[in-house]
Write a protein that binds this ligand. Structure first.
Ligand SMILES: Cc1cc2nc3c(=O)[nH]c(=O)nc-3n(C[C@H](O)[C@H](O)[C@H](O)COP(=O)(O)OP(=O)(O)OC[C@H]3O[C@@H](n4cnc5c(N)ncnc54)[C@H](O)[C@@H]3O)c2cc1C
Length: 253
């Protein structure tokens, strides 16, 4: 399905777009005071990697100012806009919407809530590194190799060779300690980026950290909030799926 273009037509979208234009122009001009002036006094900016290369929450204008003083010149953000296919919504004094933006090295996605026309909460997250886009969608690998190749290894043979050599003949760039969902999700992402990685898990089987918990445990959140990258949980799974089902899924993943 094609994304519908973002709209500046609705009144809340127009207000959010104007604020993003103002914020983006202040950042592009290195005018930190003007950028800080786009925020409420009582404001929260949570950044996942894009500006801070860390997970940080700036609380209040002073912390926003300090972070920008240290990071703005390296980050060089641009292209702040309402995300493609999204519209801002308005409820009472709040206007909110999903946004996209770029930095010098990455494309980002985020969310903003305005109160009285100024930023109350801002979330900025990194979606992908420029030049290291994941091979997915139209960029996915071809798989089949046409033409003849007598001794060409199959996918299975290549997988087996990789497993036999990684950590022995070829050394990983990254070692992840702990193969819970955080570790295996990170491992999956690194694989897509072509970074050789080994995950070390103290349990015998992946998923055991779920299996070994108390008997009646089910997910505490609905299953659709809990997807791992690339492979969503099946659509017919119970809302609060039981622990052993989750353990088996993590092992398969
Ligand atoms: C009862 C309960 C219900 C939950 N329900 C939900 C939910 O519904 N939805 C949701 O999103 N989140 C839920 N969570 C939270 C979620 O489980 C955690 O946020 C998530 O597991 C954290 O992932 P992790 O990989 O960081 O840590 P963990 O899943 O704890 O994984 C850490 C792994 O590291 C291994 N390890 C530890 N030390 C070492 C070592 N020295 N060497 C090798 N391996 C080691 C462990 O065996 C484990 O497998 C729940 C948590 C609990 C406790």
């Amino acid at each position: 399905m094609l994304d519908k273009p973002s709209s500046k037509n609705t009144a809340p979208s127009k207000k959010l777009s104007d604020l993003l234009d103002q914020f983006g122009a202040a950042l592009a001009a290195n005018d930190i005071e003007k950028a800080v002036d786009c925020f409420q006094d009582d404001c929260y900016w949570r950044d996942l990697v894009t500006f801070t290369w860390n997970i940080k929450t700036m609380e209040g204008r002073d912390q926003v100012r300090d972070m920008l003083k240290s990071q703005l010149s390296n980050t060089r953000p641009s292209h702040f806009a309402i995300a493609k296919g999204e519209d801002a919504t308005e409820s009472g004094e709040l206007i909110e919407g999903w946004i996209s933006f770029e930095t010098e090295v990455a494309r980002g996605f985020g969310h903003v809530r305005l109160k009285d026309g100024k930023i109350w909460t801002l979330l900025t997250t990194m979606a992908e590194l420029k030049g290291h886009e994941e091979p997915a969608g139209f960029a996915r690998p071809m798989g089949a190799r046409h033409g003849s190749g007598k001794n060409r290894p199959t996918w299975k043979e290549e997988r087996e060779r990789e497993a036999a050599e990684l950590g022995f003949k070829t050394q990983p760039y990254t070692v992840i300690i702990g193969g819970g969902q955080g570790g295996i999700a990170l491992g999956a992402r690194l694989r897509q980026l072509g970074v050789p990685t080994i995950i070390i898990e103290k349990n015998e089987r992946a998923g055991d950290s779920w299996r070994k918990r108390y008997k009646s445990l089910c997910l505490h959140d609905p299953v659709w909030y809990d997807h791992l990258p690339y492979i969503d949980f099946p659509k017919n799974w119970p809302v609060f799926s039981p622990k052993d089902k989750i353990g088996d899924w993590l092992e398969m993943y």
